[in-house]
Design a protein around this ligand. Structure first.
Ligand code: SF4
Length: 362
């Protein structure tokens, strides 16, 4: 098996130098040392004076059929990571290894234009705000049918039948296909966005804050729908969110990001019961607890200071200015690398083995 990569003249070729063994055998997608640095330009000549390191060396993998949560505060780089994976951005560095259904592996990072077309069919995105992501001048028929039309998958009556089928599957009445987005509620608009994402029969779907803008009751309905669709269509999800209670509900594993880096990656139940990184502990302390007995015992950790500027991050561990466990020495001077502390538990903290941190399970 070989890894397909782009040659310098832009044509897709195969090279034996990169072997598929470099990708985890159980992964559908594996991101290796991904970086997305945006230049900061100043002055009349618009010279580059610095870079915003929005994503700075992220490593993660997603298994087929699972849901991986990507969480962190606003501005931590989680959405930028997602946009690199769907190749809305060309990453500054790193590899995005994707396993196709025939078993071949492609690095998406260097691909351009037409080379990306087949992957844009297999990797789709559901956005946070269904209203702004749907063209208000297009009726539902066109919104959902457009990807199939553009890719010459269906037209005419067949296209209409397929759209009707998709609408039914996401819980909307096919009779509504002539209506425009403004005629629908927020939850219904998100269902239209989901139908559009599914139109090309994708394998991997990136849900970028897909339920954040919805009311709590509607949110639960959309999460249940996403779960049902995952089983029915054999989908794999990357679920980008800031709300950890939503992530707990839907994700098999969770990756926590802080200032462009991954600080913890673990199975959801393990991470919630026993976090190994102080930042994860602080995020979990803010998760609302429905059980009043647990709520009484729970102490909220209020992080001091602001999230650091990714153009000018702190030395050593980026979290040290806000970390109550910082030793003031190695934490300040040495960057902790993401390492497998226990089987399938990845943490970037010098003291991951010795700290006893609080989770959210009673
Ligand atoms: Fe806190 Fe030090 Fe661990 Fe960073 S390395 S999270 S500062 S204890």
């Amino acid at each position: 098996m070989s890894v397909k990569t782009a040659s310098t003249n832009g044509k897709l070729n195969e090279t034996a130098l990169l072997s598929a063994q470099e990708m985890r055998s159980d992964a559908l997608l594996q991101v290796q040392d991904l970086k997305m640095h945006f230049p900061i330009r100043r002055g009349f000549l618009r010279r580059i004076v610095n870079h915003v390191k929005a994503v700075d060396g992220v490593n993660l993998f997603i298994r087929p059929g699972e849901t991986l949560g990507l969480v962190g505060e606003s501005g931590c780089g989680k959405t930028t990571t997602g946009r690199c994976i769907i190749r809305a951005y060309t990453p500054t560095a790193g590899r995005i290894l994707y396993r196709r259904s025939d078993g071949s592996v492609t690095d998406l990072a260097p691909l351009n234009g037409d080379e990306l077309r087949p992957y844009h069919q297999e990797i789709r995105m559901i956005f946070q705000d269904p209203y702004s992501s749907l063209n208000p001048r297009m009726p539902v028929m066109e919104l959902v049918g457009e990807p199939m039309k553009v890719n010459n998958i269906a037209s005419g009556k067949e296209l209409e039948d397929r759209v009707a089928l998709l609408l039914r599957r996401v819980g909307l009445r096919p009779e509504y296909m002539k209506r425009y987005p403004h005629a629908f509620s927020g939850g219904e608009r998100q269902r239209i966005g989901i139908a559009r994402a599914l139109a090309l029969d994708p394998r991997l779907v990136l849900c970028d804050e897909a339920v954040s803008a919805l009311d709590v009751s509607v949110r639960a309905q959309i999460l249940n729908l996403l779960e049902d669709l995952q089983h029915e269509f054999d989908l794999t999800y990357l679920f980008i969110a800031h709300d950890l209670s939503v992530v707990e509900y839907i994700c098999d594993r969770v990756a926590v990001m802080y200032v462009g880096k991954l600080v913890e990656l673990a199975a959801t139940d393990e991470l919630y019961a026993q976090p190994l990184h102080p930042y994860t502990e602080a995020l979990l302390s803010a998760v609302p607890q429905p059980d009043p007995r647990v709520r009484e015992r729970k102490q909220r950790i209020v992080l001091e200071g602001d999230v650091p500027d990714p153009a000018n991050p702190p030395s050593g561990c980026y979290f040290h200015p806000r970390c109550q466990y910082s030793d003031g020495k190695s934490c300040v001077h040495e960057e902790p690398l993401l390492r497998e502390v226990y089987p399938n538990r990845f943490v970037a903290c010098h003291y991951a083995e010795t700290l006893t941190l609080r989770g959210v399970v009673a």
